[in-house]
Design a protein around this ligand. Structure first.
Ligand code: RB5
Length: 154
């Protein structure tokens, strides 16, 4: 797969380890995060990865900041993005199977690198199940596109 990865200054080491891990697994990885410990505002790399994903230039994105929260919030503001911050492989897997997430995020201050690898593996190996989940994801996309949800009027 072709993936984009982004991070802030507290997640440089973890970004490098995850990037290396993904490359060893045969993925192509575009790094748009910072590579120095100088203070770096996470919305910048959250936005860059989100744009690449939303425009179909990559198949998915990985975002890492201290908690994974800020960087995923920034990504989720881009139309078409469903970014999930998680600290466990089960949530990562289900976020793809049920919610069709296109970006996975986690916190370098929250989890260790081995757990991060497991999270990325589960997320990449999972597939959206469609079916009843499609209707719900369509509702999320409707809110995203229109700032409105018809089903909430019923
Ligand atoms: C940086 O100090 C920290 O706020 C950032 O890495 C992230 O945790 C924000 O959500």
């Amino acid at each position: 797969m072709k993936l984009a990865i982004g991070n802030d200054h507290v997640a440089v080491d973890m970004k490098n380890e995850i990037m290396q891990y993904l490359k060893e697994k045969g993925h192509e990885v575009i790094n748009v995060g910072t590579d120095t410990p100088d203070r770096f505002n996470y919305p910048v790399s959250g936005y860059k990865v989100a744009k690449l994903v939303a425009e179909g230039k990559v198949d998915g994105g990985v975002l890492i900041c201290g908690t994974g929260v800020g960087i995923s919030l920034a990504a989720n503001k881009v139309h078409g993005i469903r970014a999930c911050v998680c600290s466990d492989p089960y949530t990562a897997k289900l976020s793809k199977q049920h919610n069709n997430t296109n970006i996975i995020a986690f916190g370098a201050r929250v989890i260790g690198v081995e757990l991060a690898k497991m999270i990325v593996d589960e997320w990449l190996n999972a597939e959206f199940e469609g079916g009843r989940h499609s209707e719900r994801v369509a509702m999320i996309n409707e809110i995203d596109a229109t700032q409105h949800l018809k089903a909430a009027e019923e």
